[in-house]
Write a protein that binds this ligand. Structure first.
Ligand SMILES: Cc1cc2nc3c(=O)[nH]c(=O)nc-3n(C[C@H](O)[C@H](O)[C@H](O)COP(=O)(O)OP(=O)(O)OC[C@H]3O[C@@H](n4cnc5c(N)ncnc54)[C@H](O)[C@@H]3O)c2cc1C
Ligand code: FES
Ligand code: FES
Length: 1301
């Protein structure tokens, strides 16, 4: 664009806004694509607001904003700062978590309750939750618990399992039993009444004595509210940013720039789906255009300005209630409740949503589907003619060229009372997911007679399909009978021709689902006599969730055993806790972004960086050639028995998976580095079709050499011959991405004689070794600091060595600090994920169902390198015993990144395989699956497949107690009655058991304790990494207990290799115990040294004792490492059992986990609150693995297809059990282990398999009802909504409305 276009008006002003009460003026120096999040974090330096997906999909970036968009009504709400353009916030007031509380001035009540309820683990998601809640309470100070639960749909927490967060937030509900809802004073607590800025509790400040005005200080400033926004016209050099105030002005701008690339933005939320568009020459911010905010009730129609946000639209419909002629509104509201998330709905406009559909007809827009069924019209302003014309939505979609045009309003008509409305959205998880299929129906009906042509609108079938026109025509004026309904469904089945999607529902599912949704609607209209059909008409509703936890707290070892909140939790909720990427920017720092391969099999021919280097601010490219000559291009630690292979930091030639880094682009900012990385062009040679499927690898015998493992106990073949029942089958499982909310990140800073390395790693020693190995430098060249991790789950193990080594090479080459904060898509592509697997089994039992033999051939899709499967052998048997057992394991070669540990790496497959076998046998024997499992539970004295003899087996105790507590027998009866009475809704209950073997292997976790003579306070270093599991808190409690001091005296400091060198990696549920074991040894040394002083001063308190000890030069620091052969560290097992009850709507496949009961033998928990959190987090991650999460690859290129939050779906707040009861088995101290406790972090994950089994029971029930089929059905995990429906074997011929009971 000619520069002359950008002569800035003389009176142009910078934009201004308030951030936590402080005025910020922003000049035109940032690119138009800069987001509010970029500014808050990188410019304002407020790192409490986090960032991860940049897709409005995870919620960690939520902030609260106050603005008066239409110049009249001031509103406060929370939004995703990661998609909010910086230049759109002129005049706004923005509040971040730092703005409402801090640990010095005091926590905000929201922050406080999150801490008290142990609602944080790694804490990376916490500020986002806090700010969502803050926004909600401003919009609605007295919400119900149910409204609160519904408002947190835009957040993902991978650690907690959500229950504790929900409990904290629901305590603000008007109907909360705690009765602690908040008043406006408390809501605005901690904001200085004088300045509106956050109070830092400075001494001498008297402001809190000042009476607050009645003015709402929500955003903490005294600028006038409701002032009309002013027009903006900013020259941002590369582009121009306009904020017009009228439609006429938009027209002028559009015409003025008609030859330029133009982007109109409202909420800019679409950038979360369609990433990396632009930069454009012209941006037009539509938010302040008055005409777009109109609301007119014309009696026979209602007009909504096109800029009405979806949240506001929903609110208006709720206010209008069942207004005559608009009785369909409540059902539209129900559907809007699951359109995107509250955060997206607060920012995203109706027009923006419709325009996405216009530009991408395949997009399953819920709004479009509903509005089209309703018969809405749309007003479009043409900047060329200056005229506004009205259109049907179909005309808008098919006929209107929207170039240089603006949607101004949406008009919804009134209906006659005969018109019946129903709409659906069927999604892979309960909320914040786009639809497999959405559908909306308008059926004009009078007593089972359809009195006009219905509207049947289906989204998600294809870009072409909107209406099921043939079905509409068929139903026109028909009286509904069984034949007519079934006839209509058959026609519908023929006319639905779904296109094939790379990710998402299969055409078969989407077709049957569309038919079933019409059936549900017609069932409702028809109102069948037959009771068993009636629930088929209903949509699934989720009641408020609740939780119960019971545990024993030992009183004689305090503070050990107490359920204390984590000491760092206040810092996490206020955003004061610093994660690696929160460290301040160094002078001269460079930001980096990975460039990955786009093929999975072939060779690099050429890497062309010329386009990237043309981008101003892009400064360099680092590749394999830059690895120092004395270093090696290998991020796998050499000479380590766990990792007998190598892998390149940057591909030098051979490509063996897509997404493998070939280098990093260095730039002035992360956004520029990422832009540069996208501009790098790689050409390839010798490209071959990749091997992407474990079955193909098995068929071609592509196994990693030397990796075959086999174990056999007894004589499996002979036992199988003798067995009364034998089953044979297969089970398969996909992969799971860790989905830590803090992405992989490393910051490497050259120092005067080496390098300071800040790495988000759970394996600090491996990072240490590999960085020095890649650089070719001695280990004492590298100082490694690991602050805390924002989640890890196995993902920041070897992957973090690659990230750190890459940044270190760049820092070494440039001599400048380099930060590599890997974006989500690259994370998902290059990191090792859960092992996909195929298991072929044969198993036999006697007449009662007692196992006699199990034979498993297990094929793990290991990727291009052999994966590490250390705990698989131990865990494959779960808590069941078969006298004869054989496992043969192969690691298959495929063109994927190598599979790696993900929370419960052995547990998840172990439970999948064993429970599938048991389920198969129970079907064969026709034995109650609970009883069949019960008779096969392990006992003392039995050998495991790894040769260990079981001792202190508590599973029967756990099982029996749980069976009783959870009323299993009577609930089984209830479920079977329910299933008999309902054809289309089915329940199931599964009871399963797990054993988790605790192994100790070298090295240990070194610890270091310093006691300060001045006041007796204690600082502890441990080799373990705090990643949310509560390690530091348990260590602090153990130190306090052993030294007999208050826990407040103890601080545990971040991990540093110079203080606690050579630790084992953190993981495998082992670290808390072993770190505690180490610090106890260190404490014992101190106690021993103090003993003479204690004897000399028996009445001295701790402070005096230490002062006296110091006075006689007693060494007050100690270090120790508990070694694996220590007397206390005898291997043991953790036992757990779980009962899961589910309900599935077999017509759609949607399911709910209705109730979960769990019983755990954790010995004597060191901190039961933390351990409850571990159980909940693990279980919900297990639900993700078994039910919702899967990864899709292109068969042609090997590229990962779902590399973001739009298509990858970890569980959210409403995917967790509705009624969740967790019990720790009392009076069962662990006779081995540390301080009588047991490992906690991973065992519960396998119990989530119960959900898969329970859903399957529902599926079995409908299959039996429909076709009498009661045979075993293999289903691969994850058992998604799609698979649950497809497995139900429903065909259109079964869909009837008639008959009586
Ligand atoms: C995480 C996430 C989940 C989502 N889930 C769902 C879902 O479940 N169902 C669903 O239906 N949608 C979903 N969406 C889509 C969401 O509803 C839209 O992103 C939002 O409504 C767009 O509004 P916006 O104001 O932010 O548009 P913007 O992003 O600002 O703009 C989007 C497009 O519309 C154009 N535009 C905006 N206003 C006008 C106007 N007045 N006239 C002409 N053109 C205009 C813009 O130029 C741009 O091309 C989801 C989005 C996200 C990010
Ligand atoms: S970073 Fe904004 S929602 Fe994920
Ligand atoms: S505590 Fe929520 S992601 Fe870690």
């Amino acid at each position: 664009m000619p520069k002359a276009m950008f002569i800035r008006p003389a009176d142009a002003a910078d934009i201004e806004f308030h951030l936590n009460g402080k005025k910020h003026k922003v000049s035109d120096k940032f690119p138009a694509t800069t987001t509010l999040n970029d500014y808050i974090r990188d410019v304002a330096g407020l790192s409490g607001t986090k960032v991860m997906c940049k897709e409005a999909g995870c919620g960690c970036c939520a902030v609260t904003v106050t603005h008066a968009l239409d110049g009249e009504v001031v509103e406060t709400m929370s939004i995703n700062s990661c998609v909010c353009p910086l230049y759109s916030v002129d005049g706004w007031q923005i509040t971040t978590t730092e703005g409402i509380g801090n640990h010095k001035g005091g926590l905000h009540p929201i922050q406080e309750r999150l801490v008290d309820q142990n609602g944080t683990q790694c804490g990376y998601c916490s500020p986002g939750f806090v700010m969502s809640m803050y926004g909600l309470l401003h919009q609605q100070p007295k919400p119900t618990m149910s409204e609160i639960e519904g408002s947190l749909d835009g957040h993902i927490c991978r650690c907690t399992g959500y229950r504790s967060i929900l409990d904290a937030m629901k305590s603000f509900g008007v109907d909360s039993p705690s009765g602690k809802c908040i008043d406006i004073e408390d809501l605005n607590k901690n904001l200085c009444p004088k300045t509106g800025e956050p109070c830092h509790g400075n001494d001498g400040c008297t402001s809190h004595g000042v009476k607050r005005g009645s003015n709402d200080k929500a955003a903490g400033n005294d600028s006038p509210k409701g002032a009309a926004p002013s027009a903006l016209d900013l020259d941002l050099r590369e582009s121009r940013w306009y904020r017009p105030l009228t439609l006429k002005d938009i027209g002028k701008i559009l015409q003025q720039h008609k030859t330029h690339s133009i982007k109109m933005v409202f909420g800019n939320t679409a950038s979360g789906i369609f990433k990396h568009q632009g930069p454009f020459e012209v941006y037009i911010d539509l938010r302040s255009v008055k005409e777009l905010h109109i609301f007119k009730d014309n009696k026979t129609s209602i007009m909504f300005g096109a800029g009405t946000t979806i949240g506001k639209f929903r609110k208006r419909l709720i206010e209008l209630g069942e207004k005559p002629g608009f009785h369909y509104f409540p059902r539209v509201v129900r559907h809007l409740n699951v359109l995107a998330s509250v955060l997206v709905r607060n920012a995203g406009s109706m027009a923006g949503n419709l325009m996405i559909k216009h530009t991408n007809p395949w997009f399953p827009s819920d709004l479009f589907t509903m509005l089209e069924a309703i018969g809405a019209k749309i007003d479009i302003f043409d900047s060329k003619t200056g005229k506004t014309t009205k259109h049907t939505l179909m005309d808008f979609l098919r006929k209107v060229d929207m170039k240089l045009k603006v949607i101004t309003a949406i008009e919804v008509p009134s209906w006659t009372s005969k018109d019946h409305y129903r709409s659906f959205k069927i999604t892979p998880r309960w909320q914040n997911a786009h639809a497999y299929i959405n559908a909306a129906f308008k059926i004009p009906v009078e007593q089972r007679k359809i009195v006009g042509r219905p509207n049947i609108v289906i989204g998600g079938v294809s870009g072409e399909m909107v209406h099921a026109v043939m079905t509409e025509a068929f139903l026109d004026k028909k009286t509904l009978t069984d034949e007519v309904v079934n006839g209509a469904l058959k026609i519908m089945q023929d006319e639905i021709q779904p296109e094939v999607l790379e990710v998402g529902g299969s055409p078969q599912y989407r077709r049957q689902l569309s038919v079933n949704l019409l059936y549900k609607t017609l069932l409702e209209v028809f109102q069948p006599m037959k009771f068993s059909l009636q629930s088929g008409a209903l949509s699934m509703e989720r009641p408020l969730s609740s939780g119960l936890q019971t545990y024993q707290q030992r009183q004689d070892r305090l503070p050990l055993g107490q359920g204390l909140p984590k000491k760092t939790a206040p810092l996490q909720v206020t955003g004061e806790a610093k994660y690696t990427n929160d460290l301040p920017t160094f002078q001269d720092e460079l930001q980096a972004a990975f460039v990955g391969t786009t093929i999975a099999r072939g060779k690099i021919d050429k890497i062309d960086t010329s386009e990237a280097m043309k981008i101003p601010g892009v400064l360099g490219f680092i590749s394999a050639e830059d690895i120092p000559p004395e270093g090696v291009n290998n991020f796998i630690p050499l000479n380590n028995p766990f990792f007998p292979f190598k892998d390149e930091v940057f591909v030098s030639e051979e490509v063996d998976y897509a997404g493998k880094p070939v280098g990093i682009v260095l730039a002035e900012s992360q956004a520029l580095a990422e832009q540069g990385a996208r501009a790098v062009k790689i050409t390839y040679k010798d490209v071959e079709k990749p091997i992407m499927d474990v079955r193909e690898a098995v068929q071609k015998n592509l196994f990693h050499e030397g990796c075959h493992e086999s174990k056999e106990r007894g004589d499996v073949q002979a036992a199988l011959k003798e067995a009364a029942y034998v089953v044979e089958g297969e089970c398969e499982m996909g992969t799971q991405y860790h989905f830590y909310i803090e992405n992989q990140v490393a910051l490497c800073v050259p120092s005067e004689d080496g390098m300071d390395i800040y790495s988000a790693t759970q394996a600090s020693d491996l990072v240490h070794r590999t960085t020095s190995q890649v650089l070719g430098k001695p280990m004492n060249y590298c100082n490694i600091f690991v602050n805390r991790l924002g989640g890890s789950f196995g993902g920041k193990f070897l992957n973090s060595t690659a990230v750190t080594a890459s940044a270190a090479v760049a820092a070494e080459v440039t001599g400048r600090p380099v930060r590599l904060n890997v974006d989500l898509a690259a994370n998902m592509k290059f990191t090792s994920k859960r092992w996909p697997l195929l298991a072929k089994y044969k198993a036999g039992c006697d007449r009662d169902g007692k196992l006699v033999a199990i034979d498993i051939n297990l094929y793990i899709d290991s990727g291009h390198r052999p994966c590490i499967t250390i705990d698989l052998m131990n865990l494959i048997e779960c808590a069941y015993h078969s006298v004869n057992f054989r496992l043969s394991l192969e690691k298959c070669y495929t063109n994927k990144t190598f599979a790696g540990p993900v929370r419960g790496p052995g547990q998840i497959p172990g439970c999948l395989i064993m429970e599938t076998i048991l389920e198969h046998l129970s079907k064969e024997v026709k034995q109650d699956p609970v009883l069949l499992r019960e008779i096969n539970l392990q006992e003392d004295g039995q050998p495991t497949i790894t040769g260990r003899t079981l001792k202190n087996v508590t599973i029967k105790k756990v099982w029996n107690r749980l069976k009783q507590t959870a009323n299993v027998t009577s609930r089984q009866g209830d479920i079977s009655r329910f299933n008999k009475n309902n054809l289309w809704r089915k329940r199931g209950l599964a009871m399963t058991a797990v054993r988790y073997d605790m192994e100790y292997f070298p090295p240990g976790f070194p610890s270091h304790i310093s006691i300060f003579a001045g006041d007796g306070t204690v600082t502890v270093f441990t080799g373990g990494v705090e990643m949310g599991q509560g390690l530091y808190m348990k260590v602090a409690q153990a130190v306090a207990y052993r030294l007999k001091i208050p826990v407040d005296f103890v601080k545990v400091r971040p991990n540093q290799n110079n203080v606690t060198p050579n630790p084992l990696f953190t993981g495998g549920s082992i670290t808390s115990e072993r770190s505690v074991a180490s610090v106890l040894l260190a404490c014992d040394q101190i106690n021993e040294r103090l003993q003479p002083v204690r004897e000399k001063f028996p009445d001295a308190d701790w402070k005096n004792l230490i002062a006296n000890a110091s006075a006689i030069a007693i060494d007050l620091s100690a270090e120790a490492t508990s070694v694996h052969s220590g007397a206390e560290l005898v291997p043991y097992a953790t036992y757990m059992a779980g009962v899961v009850e589910t309900e599935v709507d077999v017509l759609t496949g949607e399911f709910q986990v209705k109730r979960v009961d769990m019983m755990a033998d954790f010995g004597e928990s060191m901190n039961p609150t933390i351990d409850i959190g571990q159980v909940e987090g693990a279980f919900v991650m297990g639900l993700g693995a078994y039910l919702t999460e899967d990864i899709f690859y292109s068969k042609e290129t090997g590229q990962l297809l779902n590399d973001g939050t739009w298509e990858y779906k970890p569980p959210t707040t409403k995917d967790i059990p509705i009624d969740w009861r967790i019990h720790f088995l009392p009076d069962t101290p662990n006779t081995s282990g540390i301080l009588s406790s047991k490992a906690v972090g991973e065992p519960p994950i396998g119990l989530a398999m119960g959900a898969l089994l329970a859903i399957k029971q529902g599926v079995y029930s409908v299959r039996e009802d429909l076709s009498g089929d009661h045979t075993f059905l293999p289903i691969n995990a994850p058992l998604t909504v799609e698979k649950a429906q497809m497995a139900s074997s429903i065909q259109t011929k079964y869909l009837h409305v008639g008959g009586t009971n």
